[in-house]
Structure formats: C-alpha cells, structure tokens
Design a protein around this ligand. Structure first.
Ligand code: AMP
Ligand code: ZN
Length: 438
C-alpha cells in the first residue's frame, strides 16, 4: 500500500470508483443547476428540451449537447459566465488564429481549486516544500505561467518565476538557486540541454535538477526518454488547457504510464469524433470534458479536439482516477496528404529513435507540379561527426522508416544543429504551404 504521505489530498486522491462516481454525480447536478445562470446554457437546455432535473445519473450526461470552441468564440467575451462579473477575479484568454479569441473567467474559489489541483500533481511526482521550482513558461495569458506558479506555491516550494526564454539566465538560476524541479514545454527542455552543452554545463554534475514537468504540446515517449537521458531527470507528462483552467487537468504519477485525470474536477468521456458516440476504454477518440468543480464558467461536455484513450486497468500507485494516454495529437492537427492521414507525432517517434539526430525538426507540406509532397528537415545531434557517405546512408534509413510509419515517402534533409528557428512558446512542427487551388 502506498504511504499516505505520497498524497497531497489522501481523501480525494484515493477514493474508490464508487466514491468517485457518487461525488461526480452530486457535482454534476450542482453544476448543471448552476449553469442555468448562464444565458448560453439556459438557451441550450431550452433548445434541447432539457431541464436540470433530467440529469439523474452519470449516464444522463449524454443528454446534454456538446460545447465547442466555436461556442466560446460566439459568446466572446463574457457570454458564458454563470456568475456576475463582479464575482470574477481573473480571466485567461487564448488567442485564436481565426476569429475571436476565447476567454475563461475565474472566481477566487476557482483559482484556489486550480492551485490545489496543480499542487496535487506536483506532489504526486515527489515535489516537496524543500524543493526549488523553476517555471520556464510564459506568464500572462498563457496558463502554464500563473497556473504552475500558484500550484507550486500552494505546495510550499520556493518558486522561481523565470518565465520564458533567456536560456543562459535560466541556467544561472539553476546553479545559483539550486533548482530541483523545472517546468518546461518539451521543445524548450531540449533547448535547455543544447545551451548547457554550449556552456560546458553538465546537468548531473553542476545542477540539482531531479524532476522535470513537460507538457502543453504533443511529444512522443521517445522524446521524453531523450529529455530524461540528456538532463538526468525524471520527466512527467502534464496535460491541461485554458478552457479547463490550464495545467492540472491530468498528470502522470511516478509509474509514468498514463496521466491520471482528476475526476473530482472533471467528467471524462472519449467519443468517436465523427459519430460523437462513446468509444470503449482503450480505444482512441476525442477527449470530452465536463467541469464539475468550477464556479465562474463551467463547461459542459466540452469537445477538446485532443485525441487520446482511456488506459484500461488499475494503476499500482493507489489512485483510481482514470488514466488518459499521451496525446496522439489534435484532430485539427492531422495532416491529410494524398489521402493518407498522418499525425506529426508519428514522424517524431521515428526521428527520436536516431541518436545521430537532434530534437528539432520541421515538416513542410508543399504542392509540386502534380502532387502534394512532404519534406522533413531535422537537425543533426551536436555530437554527430559523420561525413557525406554516412549522412547519405542516414537519410536513406530515416526515409525508409518514415515510409513504414506514415506510408508516404518524404524528402528528408539533415541540418546543422541550431539551424531551425526556435519559438518561445509551443514549437511549430508543421508548415503547410499547399495550394488550395489545384
Ligand atoms: P492552451 O489552452 O493554449 O494551453 O492549449 C491546450 C492544448 O495544448 C491542448 O488542447 C492540447 O492540444 C495541448 N496540450 C496540452 N498539454 C499537452 C500534453 N501534455 N500533451 C500533448 N498536448 C498537450
Ligand atoms: Zn498512478
């Protein structure tokens, strides 16, 4: 049996399935009642001929219409609030590439609960008050900044709000402050290592780094292993999104086998993105989340567009909250090339198996004379010394393995380390230059 001290909130974390579902039903009913204060949901329920009293069991959730990102845009900025604005103390907004951005409102209670959720995640992977936590996320509207800040403070760690970029300064903080835990998006974690190499810093010898929290963007198991080996840390996957507060939705435990989704905060459904019908545990589909512990702006059956699956079976850690698998990607990120469906993560999985390669890559889609084509540019590892012939053989091998994985033969190009542009936020992995007029 896992020690009680391994849990931040033993009562909520170790509930059995029956207790979880009982609490979920209570909270779902309260949430649905509360949503009737939102003009949007009041109208939605009316249109669906639904009354809050119709929700009597957890299965009844399926009677409720889905909420989409478009709904958030249509009601921008405050149309979904379930409390008066005077009770809200913060908003976060994620910028939309098209149309209105989206806004999420929080009351003080929402912020407290969010901090509790993030603290619970960090505690789960071994963070304790004597740790020093450095956050390399952008602060401001991006929830990875303030979300981790308040969670780490709630746990009681000394926190370093270093914010994004300025990697040399980050390294100085690591060594000067004795940082033990870092939060970084995966593409930035590899950047940190590159700069360490340039500066002659050996993370095992010169820092106290022990735990890395990586999330906010899709990454493969291969990428995680690489990051762990490079930095000499354990790296834990963290999943969140602004619409659900931000970080703290689902997080890996020490087993590193799927992310526990906190079911006292969320009801999780996985649906077939086409039929919108539930898929059985173990099958991949779209993640749909209902917030059941939020005041300012609850969301019912929110279609996240993220593709994942429930990992069947029990986790040895003693938590019965369901586990979701590493994200396969977002349904809107799927590349359809010459009729073949490809997720960028499939390309990454292949590339990351080569120790000759670095961690940065870019997929470019173009329209050639007749066909659409894919180019995969990937940086060589800093330690790579192969000559012309070796590189030719390497390209051949990568091309053939990529073909096996994605059924398309891309043009593979090897680049010198540091050639690809680094973004401060989430990495841009795909450039689609295809002509829509063919
Ligand atoms: P944002 O609301 O800007 O923080 O973006 C949230 C989105 O980032 C999610 O819907 C996912 O597509 C992606 N995301 C967040 N965490 C992860 C993760 N651990 N793995 C893969 N994708 C993630
Ligand atoms: Zn577990």
């Amino acid at each position: 049996m896992t020690e009680k001290s391994e849990f931040f909130n033993p009562e909520l974390e170790t509930m059995d399935r029956e207790q979880i579902e009982k609490l979920q039903l209570e909270r779902l009913k309260t949430t649905v009642e509360h949503c009737m204060h939102s003009a949007f949901y009041k109208q939605r329920f009316k249109e669906a001929g639904l009354e809050p009293g119709d929700i009597r069991s957890l299965d009844d959730i399926r009677k409720i219409p889905f909420t989409t990102k478009q709904d958030l845009r249509d009601t921008y900025p405050f149309g979904m609030a379930s409390v008066p604005l005077s009770q809200c103390v913060r908003l976060h907004s994620s910028s939309g590439t098209t149309g209105n951005p989206t806004v999420i409102l929080h009351t003080q209670k929402d912020l407290n609960e969010w901090a509790n959720a993030v603290a619970r995640c960090l505690w789960m992977v071994g963070c304790r008050p004597d740790d020093v936590f450095q956050n390399t996320s952008g602060y401001g509207m991006f929830t990875g900044g303030l979300g981790f800040q308040y969670g780490a403070e709630r746990l009681g760690m000394l926190t370093v709000p270093a914010a994004a970029g300025n990697t040399r300064r980050q390294l100085k903080f690591f060594t000067d402050f004795g940082t033990t835990v870092v939060h970084a998006i995966p593409s930035y974690a590899t950047r940190i290592y590159e700069v360490m190499q340039q500066e002659g810093i050996d993370p095992r010898r010169d820092t106290k780094l022990r735990t890395l929290v990586i999330g906010a963007e899709p990454h493969s198991e291969e990428q995680r292993r690489r990051i762990q080996d490079m930095l000499g840390v354990k790296a834990y996957n963290s999943f969140g999104m602004s619409e659900m507060c931000g970080p703290g939705v689902a997080f890996e435990c020490k087993e590193q086998n799927g992310m526990h989704i906190w079911e006292d905060y969320y009801i999780v459904e996985i649906v077939d993105p086409k039929t919108l019908e539930p898929v059985p545990d173990g099958e991949i589909g779209e993640l749909v989340l209902t917030t059941i512990n939020r005041e300012a702006m609850p969301l019912l059956r929110y279609r996240t567009r993220d593709l994942t699956r429930i990992i069947p079976g029990e986790c040895p850690c003693g938590r019965h909250h369901k586990r979701i698998d590493r994200m396969k990607g977002r349904s809107d990120d799927m590349i359809v090339l010459r009729g073949v469906n490809i997720f960028p993560i499939q390309v990454e999985q292949v590339l990351m198996r080569y120790k000759e390669l670095g961690s940065n890559y870019l997929i470019t889609l173009k329209t050639d004379e007749v066909n659409d084509s894919m180019t995969v540019e990937v940086e060589l590892a800093q330690s790579y010394t192969g000559g012309h012939d070796a590189q030719k053989a390497l390209i051949k091998s990568i091309t053939s393995r990529l073909h096996d994985e994605i059924l398309i033969t891309p043009l593979v190009m090897l680049l010198q380390p540091g050639s690809l542009a680094q973004s401060e936020g989430k990495a841009v992995r795909v450039k689609d230059l295809r002509s829509v007029f063919k």
